[in-house]
Design a protein around this ligand. Structure first.
Ligand code: AMP
Length: 192
């Protein structure tokens, strides 16, 4: 089963992806985590990624598409994967469709976790207050920039998947367990 989780930063994509990973043996593929690992390694690409992430901007499409295409070909994705943080632009979504078609893979569900901006700002403040290791892009200022980028560049992929008849939206402001149950119901339907 191959799934995309969409939604703004702080919507709970990572939390839900981890639950799906445990319950279904799927592999969570978080492009943000991959970029943070690259940044921690200090490689050239990692340094560039850190600058872009800290500014709340997006990495170039071609690079991200290549990163995901290589990753989904790995054996740990054989049982399926959950894309968390990818695609983030319409060109990335289009390239993903091509990549999946070329590999003979199917997309079983595209799930949007919808959360209002005001709630996200509150959540990020809580996350900063509670985290032991604060991400360097976890600041209210960067979040606001990331939300702007989300609405301008990522939200247009919602109608893209809607036109394909694939998009299902869940209310990400409900309790975390309720969101998980709703996602599970969508997946049971999707694999029918
Ligand atoms: P995330 O952990 O998904 O919130 O991603 C953290 C940051 O990594 C984002 O704010 C972007 O700067 C960068 N990033 C992650 N995924 C992508 C992507 N698919 N395309 C471009 N930039 C990305």
């Amino acid at each position: 089963m191959n799934i995309i989780l969409l939604g703004p930063p702080g919507a709970g994509k990572g939390t839900q992806a981890k639950r799906l990973e445990e319950r279904h043996g799927l592999k969570q593929l978080s492009t943000g985590d991959m970029l943070r690992a690259a940044a921690a390694s200090g490689s050239e690409i990692g340094q560039k990624a850190k600058e872009i992430m800290d500014a709340g901007q997006l990495m170039p499409d071609a690079l991200m598409v290549k990163m995901i295409a290589e990753r989904i070909a790995q054996p740990d994705c054989d049982k399926g994967f959950i894309l968390d943080g990818f695609p983030r632009t319409v060109p990335q979504a289009e390239a993903l469709d091509e990549t999946l078609a070329a590999k003979g893979l199917k997309l079983h569900a595209v799930i949007e976790i919808r959360v209002a901006d005001e709630v996200l700002v509150e959540r990020i403040q809580t996350r900063i207050a509670q985290s032991e290791t604060v991400r360097s892009d976890d600041t209210v200022e960067t979040l606001k920039k990331r939300l702007e980028v989300y609405h301008a560049q990522t939200a247009p992929i919602l109608p893209y998947y809607e036109r394909q008849g694939r998009l299902i939206t869940v209310d990400g402001m409900k309790p975390v367990d309720t969101v998980t149950e709703e996602i599970e119901a969508i997946l049971s339907e999707a694999v029918g």
